[in-house]
Design a protein around this ligand. Structure first.
Ligand SMILES: *[C@@H]1O[C@H](CO)[C@@H](O)[C@H](O)[C@H]1NC(C)=O
Ligand SMILES: *[C@@H]1O[C@H](CO)[C@@H](O)[C@H](O)[C@H]1NC(C)=O
Length: 331
């Protein structure tokens, strides 16, 4: 019995030993497979993270590239003519703005021919006309509240008119070097004087609130002429070019260009040999219509913009920034 019991004990011991070892072996295999599984999991997780990162990197690169290309291309627009309307071929257009209800307000230049007029869109008919004194050369025009503000060439004198009957209210003196273009955001006046400066003027005192040098890349854009305020940007005809610069009023940076050589070229080809340069941008903010015309142009155009796909940045410098005779050949 004693032997047996001791045997049993031994057995028990052994078995408990075996049990112990097997349980510890079981434990160690559990630990092993735990580590193994962990290692695999870690490997899988790491490779997943790596591939996600790689995909993200590639796609963000592609997106950035696409964005970059989109920005580059939308910086330059060509135009499509949506509608053509008659325009007084004797109007040496210097200021143009949409007056609501299919009408425009227009300022014309040339000594002895200068005027402020209300014009009907569809017929080009002059509804109301205020002829200026022969000693004044009409320039930029804008509407703020019920009043039209106009500047004049080679003088620092401007005029304020009633928008309904165009009767002259007042004369003012501004602080720009000359009077070329005017526009408004409804608060301040934006002005140009043929230089590369975009002015912000007080509509009460006509003092300069702020000025910015208009630049495309590092190049100054001179000859800023007729202005229009459109969706937070100031658009400017660049005198003696077929280009409109889209300017940030905050810092004068050129945000984009609109190329319009087709219009003048079309008119010339149709035999209108006496026309002068593109000048006059008008924006109908109610119907989002964009209109342009030029000095002595028999037509006023409603246009739409299309991004130019080809990279023609080098030629912007040549076409829009150089003081040249008249524009450039149609692309
Ligand atoms: C808009 O113009 C038409 C045609 O000239 C005129 O009959 C109408 O009264 C005008 N409407 C407003 C709101 O000025
Ligand atoms: C033009 O209209 C204003 C009011 O808007 C009026 O005070 C002025 O007398 C008018 N002028 C003429 C010449 O009718």
């Amino acid at each position: 019995m004693a032997i047996e019991s001791s045997k049993k004990k031994k057995k028990l011991k052994r078995s408990s030993f075996v049990q112990n070892t097997s349980s510890s072996m079981a434990n160690s295999t559990t630990v092993c497979s735990f580590y193994e599984r962990n290692r695999r999991l870690t490997l899988i997780t790491v490779s997943l993270i790596v591939s996600v990162l790689v995909i993200l990197y590639i796609s963000s690169n592609t997106i950035n590239k696409m964005k970059f290309e989109e920005v580059i291309s939308s910086q330059i627009s060509s135009i499509e003519v949506v509608n053509e309307f008659p325009h007084d071929p004797n109007a040496f257009t210097q200021g143009l703005l949409y007056g609501g209800n299919d009408t425009f307000f227009e300022s014309t230049g040339l000594l002895g021919h200068s005027s402020v007029r209300k014009v009907v869109l569809h017929t080009g008919k002059v509804e109301v006309l205020q002829k200026m004194d022969d000693s004044y050369f009409g320039e930029g025009l804008t509407l703020l509240g019920e009043r039209l503000f106009q500047v004049t060439w080679l003088k620092k004198i401007g005029f304020i008119y009633d928008r309904y009957n165009l009767s002259k209210f007042e004369e003012f003196t501004h602080e720009m070097q000359d009077g070329w273009g005017l526009a408004t955001d409804g608060e301040v006046l934006f002005g140009s004087d043929g230089s590369s400066t975009l002015y912000k003027l007080s509509p009460q005192t006509f003092k300069v609130i702020e000025k910015a040098t208009v630049k495309y890349k590092d190049l100054e854009v001179h000859n800023l002429n007729e202005l229009e305020y459109i969706n937070g940007e100031v658009w400017a005809n660049v005198w003696s070019s077929d280009c409109i610069a889209r300017i940030s009023p905050k810092d004068g940076i050129v945000l984009g260009w609109i190329l319009l050589p087709t219009l003048r070229n079309q008119l010339l080809r149709a035999g209108n040999v006496d026309i002068d340069v593109l000048n006059g941008i008008a924006w109908d903010s109610e119907k989002n219509r964009l209109f342009v015309t030029g000095k002595l142009w028999p037509k006023l155009y409603e246009i739409k913009l299309h991004p130019v796909r080809e990279t023609i940045h080098g030629s912007i410098e040549q076409h829009c920034l150089r003081r040249r005779a008249f524009g450039f050949a149609e692309p």
